[in-house]
Every structure is written in C-alpha cells, then in structure tokens.
Ligand binder design. Structure first.
Ligand SMILES: [Zn+2]
Length: 1001
C-alpha cells in the first residue's frame, strides 16, 4: 500500500478536535474509510500480527496488594447444564428486555474542542497521568434522565472514579492541591432495560456517597485504604495533590517544576481484577440477558449458555451500543467484538451441540442468509418467522414446522439448540463444500531446514526425535479411534527433498527437486500417508535424516519454494492442511522470495520506520493469498541467531491462521523444552481448516473492519486457511442507521470450516447487545480489556502505514477524548484538576500507557527489529485474555508464598518500583516468565527453590527451575504451571538476579 491514504491527522486533530469530527477512531488513516464504504479491506499489509513487547511494558506502578479473592474455584454444585436445560427462571428465551420505544433524546453538547485538545496534549505529555485544566466545568449538570428514561427502572448510580493525574516520571504540572473536589457522583444513570443484569464491571449498586469531600481528597489515600477498592469506593473520587488546579493551559510562562505524583493514587488494575474476582468469581454466569457485561477475563467462573454466546467466544468493547452514529462520534468509544470462535471450553461447561438437518441443511433467512437462532421470532402459529437481523418474514420449511405455545414460543424451543442457545454447530451439506464434494481430512506436512548450522547444533536430530512422539498424538475426532490426518515430510536447504514413506516400502525414498524457481511435487502416491500405516517407514526416515545431511556444508536456504511445495502437495491431494516449517536463517539462496539483510536502525524514529514492519517483497503477500485459497495454513518454528526478517517470513503464518514461534539464539540445553512444549501443544490443539467467517448484524450497523490471522477478498467474507483455539479476530462496527433500544444490536458470527476428521460444519455464535440513547449507558457497559485488544490491533495494523508518532498521538487523543466526553456528559461537575474516570474505564489510562510503551510503538535500542515485527504479528491474533496478560504482565511476590495454601499469592502492580531487594518475584506476560531475585532474598527461600546456599550460587542461565523437593519448590512450580496453562505459547523461564542492591551506595 502506498502512503496515500494514510490519514496523517488524528481522528480529531488537535487544532479542531471535535467530537464532531468523523469517527475515524481506530482507523489510523486507512484511506478506504474516507472514500470507500467501510469494510473495504486491504488485505495487504493490513493484517498484521504483532506481538507484544517482551516484558516491556509494565504499567505505571501502583501498589496495592490485595487479597486474592477466591478466584479459581469453580462453583461446585453447578454441573453443566445439559441441553435441553431447564428454562432459566425468568428467561423467556434470550431475554430481550422489554424496552419501550425510545424517542431520541438530544445529546448533551459535545465537549468543547479546546478542552479535548488540551486534555489530549496533557495526556500525551504526561503519559496519561495528568488531566488538565482545559476542561471547563460542564456547563450543564449531569444530563438528567432523558425523556425516554421515564419508564425505567430505578436509576442506578454510575460509577465514577476521579483521579488526579499524576505522573510517575513525567512532569506533572503545577500546583495547588485540589480542594475538595466536587462530588464525584455521577448522575443517576437510567437503566434502559430494567433487567437485573449484573452490575457493570466492578460496580456495586451502592447509593452514591453524599457529595462533598470524598475519600482521599487532596491526598493520596493510604495504601491499605486504596486496596479496598471495592464497593466502598464506588462512586467516590480520588484526587491527589500535584494535579492542575485549573488553567495550566492558560498559564503563560514556563510551568513550575513538576511534582511527583504518588503512583498509589492511580487506580490499580490489581484492585479492579481482584474486586471482580471477589464479586463474580466461582459463580455461574448465565448468558440470558442482552447487553449484560460479563465478568472480567481474569475472573474464573462457569459460563452457562442461555441464548447468547459465552464471553469465551465473544467479548465486546461495550455491551451497549449508542443508538446513533452522532452519539458514537461524540464518545469515540470503539464499537468492536473480539471473536474467538474455537475457544477452549473448560470441562465443566457444555460443549457445543451439533445440529443435523440432513439434506435440508440449516434453516436460513431468505434475505440476509442469517442462520436460525434465538433472534428469530416465530409468528402465524409457527408457519413463518421474522428474521431478527433484517426483519424479513420467512416461511418455515415444512420439515421444520412446530406449533407455538401460549407465549408464542415453539414447543420444541428447549429441544433445539439453535432456538435457545447462543452457540452451536450445524452439519453442512454439500452446498457448503468446495466443488460440492465432501472434503478430505486435512494433512500435516513437516518441513525441516537441514542447512549446516541446524545439523551442527543438533536441532535436526531433536526435531526428528520429537516427531516420533508427537505423531502419536495427532488430533482426531472425539469418537474416532485414530487420527484421519495424513502426514508428509520434506527437508530442504537450497534445494528440496521429498520423501516417499509409503507403508509397503522397506526404506523411505528421497526425491530431490532442484528447480526452486518453479517448484513441483515429484510424487503423489506415498508422500501423504496415514501415520499408523507407515509408522515404521516414517521412523526409519526420521532416524536417517540427521545422518543423511551430516556432511552437508550447505549454508544457504530457500523459503518461499518450501511453502509453495507444501501448498502444491495439499492442492494435488485436494485436502486442506498445515505446514510445520522448522527454519533458522535469512533465505538468501537464489529463489523466489529471496531476502537480503535490510535491518536498518537508522530508520527508527523516522517516518520510514514503518518499512521495517513491511515485507521486503510482495511475493510473501501473494503466497499467503494462494495458501488461503487452497486451505493451506503455515506454522513456523524459527530459530534465528541473527536478523532473519520476521516482517517478511512471519507474514505467511500470520495471514494463513498459523503461528510463528521464535527462539532467539536457540541453545539445545537451555531452550529445547520450550520448543518441544510449543510443538506438542500446537499439534494437539483444536483447529478448523479451510474456514470462512461471516459476521452478520441487525439493521442499523455493520462490521466494517477486521483484524486477525485472516485474509479478505471482499468486504464481508473473512477467509482463514485455518483457525485454532487460540486465535481471535477483532471486528469493528459502524452505524449505518439508527439503532433502537427496543430491538438492540444483534450479532451472528458464522464460521464454515472443515474439522480435523474431514467433516464440513458451520459454527454459529450469536450475541445480543443493548442500545441506548444515553451516553452514560454506553460508558457503563464498556470492557477495558476488550478496548485495549482493539486499540492494540488497530494501532499495530496502522504501524505498516503510518509514522509511530502519529499512531501514539491518536491513541492518546482518543483516550483523552473518551474520558473527556464522559466527564462532560455523564459526571457531576468537579474541579478541573481532577481526572474523572468512568468505573468501567478506571484503568484504561494505565493500560493505554502499557500499550504505548510496547516496543512496537516505542522503539528501544535493546529490542531488535525482528523482535518488534514478531510482537506486532503476534498481537494481531490475540484474544482478550492474552492481550490483557501481555500488556499488563502478572507480577507475583513469591517471598510471600504461604506454602500451606494452594492459592496464588496476591499479585502486585506491575512496576519496577514494586520490586524489593528482600523479595523474589515472578513476572509473566504469556511469552516469558521471569523469576526476579532481590539481592537480599531470604536464604531459606533460595535454598528451597534452587537448592543452593546463597544468592551468589544461583546460575542465572538456567531456563527451567530445578525440582528440589522442598515445599517452596513444589509450590512455585505449581504456580508456574497454573499460569502457563491456557496460554498459547510455552513461556520461557528465566531467572534474573538483581545485581545491584537498591541500597548500594
Ligand atoms: Zn434476515
């Protein structure tokens, strides 16, 4: 893509920030948004994958230990509900709230432009710590309940946190302590649905505290007090010294010296996480309420599908959409869903039901093609139904007819998953298959780089040995005895070697293809085989490969021809599949996709920095496209010892739904375990092949942009060569008309795919969201973790086209804008020096700061270009849970471990300032786990964990904790495995000693 089109101006430029400006938020200038219909997707670079910063981004530090709530424990006694489960109490099907039609109320006037601009610049300057004075006190009080609200249930207080910016590092502005802030109370927020939904995140239904000085006004609350964030704090305000007392913007002259802001006064993610765990952890969360905000992604609970998809499958940035696009523009809160269609479901929850309508296939709306779901309304005695998405009235096919009961519900409502559940699968008919033929089961092709260094360091031998084990664990359909997956083997350096491993051969045969310019597959019969049948030939081959190339001096490798060969083999076998490529070097041999070393640190911090994230040639992009067309997913295990151009090599796995695993400077004795864990996990994981996803919406809005391991040939069909249980696609929505509070905003995500056993299926996820004409409702229903997932993906996608500085500005400005709009329209008047945060976004500034610190957006000399490109690609497919941990790593004080307890120690805020020299801390972000040892850590703890007498004896090269047999060792290892569980990547374990004592003179 050329640069034209990148809107260099932030969505709302500082000169004319207007809340009225077009809603470009999220789109860092993709030109298509300006001129073409939303949703026009430029597959080309857009789909980035990105990866998060290695431990890079601890957020601002705050304090706050908390008692971990009883997390974890699943509610016992709630056995998963068996399908036709008892109708939930008060749930007449997916509960549509009984809204009354809402007349559009007029929205409060937008925040003044100057205030937003000022706020933006303040946040930017202060890294989100300071809230400026620029925001004039709202000219009008909190918006009263809108006209439409009169029928509502009793108003509930909105939750608001008021925070005075502070800064950890950056200069905070001048001055005066703030006086007792005005009341932090938010205006009563009308509830538009009258449903007893769960409280908004972390919010408790507490009457607002009386106005007047609230907790902590004028000084940071004592830590212990801050720790009890829960209910008591709801609706109160925190304000701290050091904030602006009004008018910094207007002040002439140099600002006074900065005051240090107390980090403890910033809302703590730990408290938010713990508070949600305490209130919602271990409970059953039923999805029967439209627009209900689910528990946080960090809270363990049991999800019961009662008509809406589980939050394990879909999470949204907000569960209440604004009724109009004007309102959406005013708030600038992204409207997006993070969809993980193949999410792993814990064993105590019900797996998806499979619906088989035989030759009839699934029942679908004639007009919009939406699949039968709980949003379809049966009428005329059951002979017809009205589509919830497009309102079209359809005839019920004769085979599907059923009478209605007295409330108009089909008698078989609870017997048909598609009528009563949020998620289920359909057996697809031949109409849904390529060439109207049933698909073949997928194949896995293993492709090993046998160039000199890989042979020399033992990597080839390690891989071959391990393959013998993992091939025994090829995934299979649940009811099948053996796996239907066929396997094939190729080795390569600058030429390709195919192997015939047909079961009747005594010895494997090798066929060499030297024409890498035009790769062809030299054999069909005997290349892709059933593992069980050919086991002895395959083992024979795997034993021989390391020997076969033992004397090779070949250093050069090809790369693109390797993928082409695998794809051609799948194509000729007419099956989808996955390539596992084990590769180490920059492919410099003469062949398509040949790369040169173009790593250029001089580009960093220039407008050309984006080049470092783009593939070197267009070959990779078109190869990825071909792979998707043929259902060929590519996963790469990369073992680089120097620059290998991840931006180019990683593009194919990213766009084909594969995964890139990277092991820098791989050392056999240190890194094998991590690699082997990744390989085992990857081969065994749940996956669908040759997939097309379509997201349908009810009238009034639609999906306009997609982020993930996907490819798009048009604006609506998301194509994926494969999608596994760890991959998520983030979808952004825009209005194209008004939404009504009455009918809400409905989504249906349908994924057509081929199972591991070769069955064609449709997986359907439905979700109903609320709509409101009240900004307060919108803010109340936001989910910060999903917002950060969206912001990260949209920003990392933009990295390919825009200067990083511009992207960072957009992020800061949009954050400021969202918060300013809340302050202006939803909060009570308060001192200008106070930062007022909606409860659901209390920690958005902290998390945004973490995102801004990520090495993709902010280069640091010690981070390589490849690492940045890797993290960029990685993040693009992350789920909400993974991005949450990645951007806000978990920091656990191991020295506080109670060896008699089985619970995790309470996490502390993720900041270097929380480390103490007497302590031992475990830090995990999903990619790495660090054990950090203070110089004065207790010797008994050192002994217990490492079995050495003192700090000085610890070998910091180790990448696996020894099994010592002591209680400390046992428990630490258990904690580490708990953290590792559910994470897509095996985390590398490292220990870091604190080399300098804090108290050193
Ligand atoms: Zn329809």
């Amino acid at each position: 893509m050329s640069q034209q089109g990148y809107v260099a101006t932030p969505p709302y430029s500082q000169s004319q920030p207007g809340i009225d400006s077009p809603p470009h938020y999220g789109h860092y200038g993709d030109p298509s948004h300006a001129t073409s219909p939303p949703g026009v997707m430029k597959p080309v670079g857009g789909l980035g994958a990105a990866a998060p910063g290695v431990m890079a981004s601890p957020g601002p530090p705050p304090p706050g230990l908390q008692h971990l709530g009883q997390n974890g424990a699943h509610a016992s006694g709630h056995s998963p509900q068996r399908f036709p489960g008892p109708p939930p109490v008060n749930s007449t099907a997916p509960s549509y709230a009984q809204h009354q039609p809402c007349t559009q109320s007029s929205y409060p006037s937008p925040v003044s432009t100057s205030s937003v601009a000022h706020l933006g610049s303040q946040l930017s300057q202060l890294q989100i710590n300071n809230y400026g004075s620029g925001v004039p006190p709202p000219s009008q009080g909190p918006p009263g309940p809108p006209p439409a609200a009169s029928f509502q249930a009793p108003p509930r207080p909105l939750q608001t946190s008021i925070l005075q910016p502070g800064s950890q590092v950056l200069p905070p502005p001048p001055t005066t302590l703030n006086g007792p802030g005005a009341s932090s109370l938010s205006p009563p927020g009308p509830r538009q649905d009258g449903l007893p939904g769960p409280p908004p995140l972390g919010a408790q239904y507490q009457p607002p505290p009386p106005p007047g000085p609230a907790l902590g006004v004028g000084y940071p609350p004592p830590p212990h007090q801050a720790a009890h964030y829960g209910p008591q704090m709801a609706g109160t305000q925190l304000s701290y010294s050091g904030g602006f007392a009004g008018g910094a913007a207007q002040m002439a002259g140099p600002p006074p010296p900065p005051k240090k802001l107390d980090p403890d006064s910033i809302p703590s993610p730990i408290q938010v996480i713990e508070s949600d765990r305490a209130t919602r952890g271990g409970q059953v969360y039923a999805t029967n309420t439209r627009g209900q905000v689910p528990p946080l992604v960090t809270t363990d609970c049991v999800i019961q599908d009662q008509g809406n998809a589980s939050p394990r499958y879909i999470r949204c940035t907000t569960y209440c959409f604004p009724c109009t696009s004007d309102m959406a523009k005013q708030a600038q809160i992204p409207l997006a869903a993070v969809i993980k269609p193949f999410a792993t479901i814990p064993s105590n929850e019900t797996p998806l039901y499979l619906v088989n309508h035989g030759e009839n296939g699934p029942v679908r709306c004639n007009r919009c093609k939406a699949y039968m779901c709980p949003f379809m309304q049966f009428i005329e005695g059951g002979r017809r139904y009205q589509c919830g998405f497009c309102s079209c009235v359809n005839d019920v096919p004769p085979f599907y007819f059923q009478h209605l009961d007295h409330i108009g519900r089909r008698l078989d409502h609870y017997e048909k998953p598609e009528l009563s559940l949020g998620s289920y699968e359909f057996v697809a008919t031949l109409d849904y298959c390529r060439k109207n033929k049933p698909p073949s089961p997928p194949a896995f092709i293993f492709m090993i780089d046998v160039s000199y260094s890989n042979i020399k360091n033992g990597l080839v031998k390690l891989i071959c040995e391990e393959l013998k084990t993992v091939l025994e664990k090829l995934p299979k359909e649940e009811q099948e005895e053996t796996s239907a997956i066929r396997v094939g083997f190729i080795t390569y350096n600058k030429v390709l070697h195919f192997f015939n491993v047909k079961s009747n051969l005594a010895q494997p045969q090798m066929l060499v293809v030297t024409d890498v310019g035009e790769v062809f597959v030299p054999l069909l019969d005997g290349f892709l085989v059933n593992y069980q049948e050919s086991q002895s030939v395959i083992h024979n081959l795997l034993d021989q490969i390391p020997e076969l190339f033992a004397d090779s001096n070949e250093n050069e490798t090809v790369f693109v021809p390797v993928i082409q060969a695998g794809m051609e083999a799948l194509k000729e076998a007419e099956c989808p599949g996955k390539l596992y490529i084990f590769h180490s070097s920059l492919p410099t041999a003469e062949a398509p996709g040949k790369l040169k070393n173009r790593d250029d640190k001089k580009l960093v911090n220039t407008d050309k920095e984006k080049i470092l994230f783009q593939p070197q040639t267009s070959v990779y992009d078109s190869l990825a496209k071909d792979c998707v067309t043929h259902g060929c997913s590519v996963t790469i295990f990369l073992f680089p010892s120097q620059y290998v151009d991840v931006a180019s090599l990683g593009l194919v796995p990213q766009l084909t739904g594969g995964t890139l695993y990277k092991y820098n400077n791989f050392q056999m004795h240190l890194d094998s375990q991590q690699f082997l864990n990744d390989l085992r996990h990857d081969i065994e994981k749940k996956i669908g092949f040759d997939a097309i996803m379509r997201v349908r919406t009810s009238t009034g809005f639609r999906a306009t942009d997609f982020f993930g391991g996907i490819f798009m040939n048009n604006t609506t069909d998301v194509e994926m060569a494969a999608i596994d249980c760890d991959k998520a696609v983030t979808v952004e929505f825009k209005h194209d008309d008004k939404l009504s509070e009455d009918s809400g905003a409905l989504l249906q995500c349908a994924v057509l795919y081929t199972t591991i056993g070769g069955q064609r299926r449709l997986r359907i996820h439905n979700l109903g969201l609320s709509c409101s004409s009240q900004l307060a409702d919108l803010y109340k229903s936001c989910e910060t973790d999903a917002l950060i997932n969206f912001f990260a993906k949209s920003a990392f996608k933009a990295v390919l086209h825009q200067p990083l500085k511009v992207i960072r500005e957009i992020l800061v400005n949009q954050t400021a804008h969202m918060l300013a709009c809340y302050r202006k329209n939803c909060a009570s008047p308060s001192a200008a020096s106070q930062l007022i945060l909606p409860d659901s976004m209390k920690i958005l500034p902290v998390y945004m700061n973490c995102l801004l610190k990520n090495c993709v957006l902010l280069s640091r000399p010690e981070i390589s270009t490849d690492e940045r490109a890797y993290q960029r690609q990685l993040v693009m497919t992350m789920s909400v849970a993974d991005s949450q941990l990645f951007f806000y790593p978990q920091l656990l004080p191991i020295h506080t471990l109670d060896v008699k307890s089985t619970t995790l120690p309470a996490a502390v805020r993720c900041s270097e300032s929380r480390l103490s020299e007497e302590g031992v801390f475990l830090l995990a972000n999903g990619l790495n786990m660090f054990l950090w040892l203070g110089v004065s850590s207790p010797p008994e703890l050192i002994q217990g964990i490492f079995n050495v007498p003192s700090f000085a004896h610890i070998n910091t090269d180790m990448t696996l904790l020894p099994e010592v047999g002591s209680p400390h060792s046992h428990q630490l290892r258990m904690i580490m495995s708990m953290i590792q569980r559910k994470r897509p990547y095996s985390m590398k374990e490292k220990s870091n000693k604190q080399w300098k004592s804090f108290s050193e003179p």
